[in-house]
Design a protein around this ligand. Structure first.
Ligand code: HPA
Ligand code: ZN
Length: 334
């Protein structure tokens, strides 16, 4: 079996995926027409030409612009359903999906419209594709902590629909401790805690997320590798890192895929996973992320299998479900 075949056959979980970042320009143009909204881009080529970023903020500006055309429950359903079909084609069996409610409620789209549209597609994914999913409510870190508390209150009727919370958007200048009280509240409410940290921000941000806040998962975490003591904590605690190779390359977090920390993290015994982040913007869904990183770092087949195993081990699934998926990974690897 070639490594390509192995990657295709391996069951995977995707743990770092922003549903709004799976908005393909083709669908964006369709929804713009359906909702009679003018987009800055007239053609697909024009849109794709803009997908050229030198940092996180340049991407975020376009990401928030693109999602303006998402207005109705049907729009959020169609967006989510398109992602699930692509994920299933890459043999994703379980997804833990971020969404950014404040980016929608802030422009007048009610929380219920966003959430019910996504949930309808997730339900369909389970019945039609056998793909299970958890939803993660993400706070925008460039906004005040107070706004996060308001989101928590505004989403009260849906709390049983979320496995946890996340923190995304502009990292620099918005350290984890800005959200210390909000995260304490979320923990007390029983939510799992995720946070983007160390994508652009310094190792200190990862420390705050990991040690001061006590998150269950670190999203990205690249810059942890600058701090040997932090690497040791990640190894001892096995708190997962959700790496996103093509995202790192697109946003100039790394200059070349060969500079990705994934292999070093595997070799250091960290609980690292590979994910797509915002696949419509960064040139590939999860299968392509596995392929590209395996090629660039000359990962062994055993290391590729470890990445697939880690994706389930690092998920928020109950232990019995994890065991079932891990057995399927091992069967596919034989
Ligand atoms: N980083 C921060 N915020 C985000 C990202 C990311 O990679 N994707 C979507 N929002
Ligand atoms: Zn992300």
């Amino acid at each position: 079996m070639t490594q390509r075949d192995l990657i295709r056959r391996l069951p995977k979980a995707e743990l770092h995926l922003h549903i709004e970042g799976s908005f393909e320009p083709e669908l964006m143009m369709q929804l713009a027409a359906r909702n009679r909204i003018d987009l800055r881009f007239r053609t697909l080529d024009e849109a794709k030409a803009a997908y050229n970023f030198s940092n996180l903020q340049e991407f975020l500006d376009l990401y928030y612009e693109g999602m303006q055309v998402l207005r109705t429950e049907e729009d959020f359903h169609d967006l989510t359903w398109a992602y699930l079909q692509r994920a299933a084609a890459d043999n994703v069996r379980h997804v833990e999906m971020f969404f950014d409610p404040q980016a929608h409620t802030g422009r007048g789209v009610p929380f219920g419209v966003v959430t019910e549209g996504i949930l309808a597609a997730l339900k369909r994914g389970e019945t039609e594709l056998g793909l299970t999913s958890y939803l993660i409510l993400s706070f925008l870190r460039h906004l005040p902590e107070e706004d996060g508390f308001a989101l928590l209150k505004g989403s009260e009727g849906w709390h049983d629909k979320f496995v946890g919370v996340g923190l995304d958007s502009s990292e620099m200048g918005h350290p984890p401790l800005k959200f210390e009280r909000l995260y304490k509240r979320c923990r007390d409410m029983g939510f799992k805690l995720c946070m983007h940290a160390g994508e652009e921000g310094p190792p200190q941000y990862v420390r705050e997320a990991l040690i001061d806040i006590g998150v269950d998962r670190i999203d990205h975490g690249n810059r942890s590798m600058e701090d040997p003591a932090l690497i040791q904590v990640l190894k001892d605690t096995q708190v997962p890192l959700t790496n996103c190779p093509l995202s790192n390359l697109s946003l100039c977090v790394i200059r070349d895929l060969k500079d990705s920390p994934v292999k070093a993290q595997l070799e250091a015994g960290l609980m690292v996973t590979v994910n797509s982040d915002d696949p419509a913007y960064f040139g590939g869904y999860i299968g392509r992320n596995y392929e590209k990183i395996a090629d660039a770092l000359t990962l062994s087949d055993a290391q590729v299998v470890t990445l697939a195993r880690n994706s389930f081990a690092a998920s928020f699934l109950p232990e019995a479900a994890k065991a079932k998926h891990l057995a399927a990974v091992d069967a596919a690897a034989r």
